[in-house]
Design a binder for this molecule. Structure first.
Ligand SMILES: [Ca+2]
Length: 279
């Protein structure tokens, strides 16, 4: 009798286990058993609240706000400090001091063309400054440039070339030179076939050459793809130039000449009006 009862109980237990294997109703019990043994640990990143003053999830800082550039970024990742140095030189490489009347060095840092740049001002004679750049979970690249200005008039003297600082680059320094006796010529062009506006063909032989001529110096020629619609010459000594813009497009050719294009000193840009090239 007792053996029969024992056997029936065993069968009942087996049936329950089998039922549990197929029935979801038993699952919460199994989960509860597991949860009791696991340490909950820190909250996952999705639960971390940036700006609440508490270090949580993947945050590397939390200063109680969501403002970038103040040491702790808008996504609670510690800002990265970059040392930016600037100096002056002539086109021949001769070092110079800050230009008279221009006392401010603006450091401009931009993560991409669609975002507003981070601009910080320093005394020109300092020659270097530490700039905090906002970082996110994925390290950001920045384009750095230095502009020299006058605090009295706001006038721009010159600007450095752009230094692209990759987020993955271990270098956290940028050395920038402002050329004091040169500038660039920026030419924009529009192309026509007779009276009809037409885009340049996207072909390697469709080019526009900008030739800057000055009476006392050899001409400086720079060639650009025609489809680019804009060309910036390398640094040319400050002065007055006659600029020829020459388009070549298969067997077609067109030239437009601009007189008295003034290139200011201090790495500044002369921008003549849009040049029309009629083929
Ligand atoms: Ca937080």
């Amino acid at each position: 009798m007792a053996r029969a009862l024992q056997s029936r109980l065993r069968m009942g237990r087996l049936a329950l286990v089998t039922l549990c294997l197929f029935a979801t109703a038993c699952l919460p019990i199994i989960e509860d058993d597991i949860d009791d043994d696991v340490d909950p640990g820190p909250p996952p990143p999705s639960l971390a609240v940036c700006g609440n003053g508490k270090l949580e999830g993947r945050e590397t800082c939390d200063d109680g706000n969501r403002i970038g550039g103040d040491g702790c970024s808008a996504s609670c990742i510690a800002d990265e400090t970059v040392r930016v140095r600037w100096h002056f030189a002539t086109l021949a490489g001769e070092p110079r001091a800050c230009p008279a009347g221009f006392d401010v060095a603006e450091v401009v840092a931009r993560p991409d063309v669609w975002t507003a740049p981070v601009t910080k001002a320093f005394p020109c004679e300092a020659g270097e400054a530490d700039v905090k750049l906002e970082q996110t979970y994925v390290p950001r690249d920045y384009d750095l440039q230095v502009r020299i200005k006058s605090s009295a008039s706001g006038e721009l003297y010159g600007l450095s070339a752009i230094d692209h600082l990759a987020g993955s680059d271990p270098r956290r320094e940028s050395d920038l030179t402002i050329i004091t006796d040169a500038g660039t010529i920026t030419v924009r062009w529009a192309t026509y076939l007779g009276a009809q506006p037409r885009f340049c063909p996207d072909a390697p032989e469709a080019t526009v050459t900008v030739v800057a001529r000055r009476a006392d110096a050899a001409p400086i020629a720079t060639t650009f793809p025609c489809s680019q619609s804009i060309g910036v010459t390398p640094l040319v000594p400050a002065g007055t130039y006659r600029v020829e813009v020459m388009g070549a497009w298969g067997t077609l050719a067109a030239t437009t000449t601009l007189d008295a294009v003034e290139v200011p000193a201090g790495s500044r840009t002369a921008t003549p009006p849009v040049v029309t090239l009629v083929f």
